[in-house]
Ligand binder design. Structure first.
Ligand code: ADP
Ligand code: MG
Length: 265
């Protein structure tokens, strides 16, 4: 049985003057247990909407989303989310932020502290437990956010462009770390990005979305030989990159055309 199923999902938002706005239409997608699935698509195609639906933050207008066979009806501790903006509590230390994620789960206080330390170590932040967010770099803050999402042991990790605000070197380092963490924890990961290289590097499969209204245009399986060394420079990496670029290129052009029409209408 698939871990996650999107079945004919449509999502419309009410629009001030023009009735309803269709963000997603006819999204069908299956994600396996323990899979690392990356979703790419042009800006505004509905990537975040797709993830919000899976996170249970919004409900589909039509169709349904199944998690382990049951419809998603709201947020839950079976899903951990990491957003682009570091949603950390500024008045709490790294340790305190990770513990915060555990407070809702009923883990006793002493266990919480030990568990937070364990996950900060997993994301490479041993020794930084007592730092506050303003004392950490952007990359470190995202490591804290990842540790917080993992600490309560959700089956599924939802990531919405978590590395988009980081510089290129930090981003590459965190991509490597995330793959390692995924390999050691066996979580199902749904990762949103608009970066093609990021998608090829991270994904076992890459789902390419159409521009508005968003649906799944094609799912590309990625089978790289390994992820060590300068894999991004390998010919096979370039081949996948080009394949996805090609699929995305038409959609970006179409999105820009739609935008022009909207402005002149
Ligand atoms: P992406 O993450 O791919 O950039 P989003 O999922 O954020 O795209 O948004 C898809 C479309 O839906 C956009 O045109 C956006 O303006 C619209 N949208 C998203 N959320 C809302 C909302 N709460 N109300 C109205 N429109 C929304
Ligand atoms: Mg988005």
């Amino acid at each position: 049985m698939a871990k996650i199923v999107f079945e004919g999902v449509r999502k419309t938002f009410p629009h001030k003057d023009r009735g309803a706005f269709t963000a997603l239409d006819g999204v069908d997608l299956e994600i396996g247990s323990g899979e690392f699935l990356v979703v790419v698509g042009p800006s505004g195609c509905g990537k975040s909407t797709l993830l919000d639906l899976l996170g249970g933050l919004t409900r589909p207008t039509e169709g349904r989303i199944l998690l382990d066979g049951d419809p998603v009806t709201g947020p839950g501790l079976d899903r951990g989310t990491v957003f682009q903006q570091y949603a950390l509590l500024p008045w709490r230390t790294a340790q305190g932020n990770v513990e915060f994620g555990l407070e809702a789960t009923g883990v006793p206080r002493r266990r919480r502290a030990a568990r937070a330390r364990e996950f900060l170590e997993l994301v490479g932040l041993a020794g930084f437990e007592d730092r506050h967010p303003h004392e950490l770099s952007g990359g470190m803050r995202q490591r804290v956010a990842i540790a917080r999402a993992l600490a309560y042991d959700p089956d599924v990790l939802l990531m919405d462009e978590p590395f988009a605000a980081l510089d290129a070197q930090t981003r590459e380092a965190l991509q490597g770390e995330l793959r390692r963490i995924w390999e050691t924890t066996g979580k199902t990961v749904v990762f949103i990005t608009h970066g093609i290289e990021e998608a090829v590097y991270l994904g076992q499969r890459v789902a390419v979305m159409t521009s508005r209204p968003g649906r799944i245009k094609e799912v590309v399986p990625v089978a790289l030989d390994g992820h060590t060394g300068d894999v991004r420079s390998s010919p096979e990496f370039a081949r996948y990159r080009h394949e996805i670029w090609d699929l995305l290129h038409d959609e970006v052009a179409r999105a820009q055309q739609l935008e022009k029409e909207a402005v002149t209408a």
